[in-house]
Design a protein around this ligand. Structure first.
Ligand SMILES: CC(C)(COP(=O)(O)OP(=O)(O)OC[C@H]1O[C@@H](n2cnc3c(N)ncnc32)[C@H](O)[C@@H]1OP(=O)(O)O)[C@@H](O)C(=O)NCCC(=O)NCCS
Length: 189
């Protein structure tokens, strides 16, 4: 898989995470329960939690099981505003999933829509990827809006699909969204 380590968008630079991003990740979103509310991972309690998370993402990159980019401003800013990740479905090589998070300070400026659009375009530029999908907690309206703005179609409810420990100890109902290569290529040209 030839996914680039750096992706440029109009307002952002997405780059492969660095171990030292952990400090920024912890400070800017990992320790914020409002940000992690609908995520599968627990709010970071100490910076070591962020280090562990970055090291796991870097290991996944090497293994080819998940590719993540730190969301930064253009240039060499050390600021890490968020993260966006994609993973291949091990049993369906044409189907990749997408997940993302952004620090609260940067919400509602269209930034994640821009990042999701750019990463989805990168995936569809790879031969063999036909479908990109994501799920969102049924109450995560901002995330669903991002996917709709990029052109993902709302497919249906996945009942008891994902564990969001900040909201509930049992799996939550989620909406499934997907984009197909043929539709995305048509709308993005
Ligand atoms: C979801 C998230 C990534 C959105 O990032 P963002 O950069 O703020 O997204 P954008 O600005 O591109 O778009 C957000 C859209 O949601 C809308 N929105 C925000 N809060 C909303 C709410 N409570 N109800 C309905 N719409 C909402 C915004 O108005 C905007 O839509 P618009 O452009 O039509 O006005 C960000 O809120 C986040 O990181 N949340 C926590 C982590 C998370 O939930 N990740 C996704 C897991 S599936």
């Amino acid at each position: 898989m030839l996914l680039p380590e750096v992706i440029h968008t109009r307002h952002l630079r997405l780059r492969k995470p660095l171990v030292e991003d952990a400090h920024e990740i912890f400070r800017n979103y990992g320790n914020d329960p409002e940000v992690t509310r609908f995520l599968t991972w627990a709010t970071h309690r100490q910076v070591e939690d962020a280090f562990e998370a970055v090291l796991a993402r870097l290991a996944h990159w090497e293994q080819g099981t998940e590719f993540s980019w730190s969301i930064t401003l253009p240039g060499d800013s050390p600021r890490v505003m968020g993260m966006i990740s994609v993973s291949p479905d091990p049993r369906r090589a044409w189907n990749w999933s997408l997940g993302y998070v952004l620090g609260r300070e940067w919400w509602d400026q269209g930034l994640m829509t821009e990042a999701v659009r750019a990463v989805t375009a990168q995936l569809f530029a790879q031969p063999g990827i036909l479908r990109v999908w994501a799920w969102a907690d049924e109450q995560n309206y901002a995330s669903m809006r991002v996917l709709e703005k990029v052109g993902f179609a709302r497919e249906g409810i996945l009942r008891r699909w994902s564990l969001h420990p900040q909201v509930s100890p049992t799996p939550r109902d989620c909406w499934s969204f997907s984009a197909l290569r043929e539709d995305f290529m048509l709308t993005s040209t």
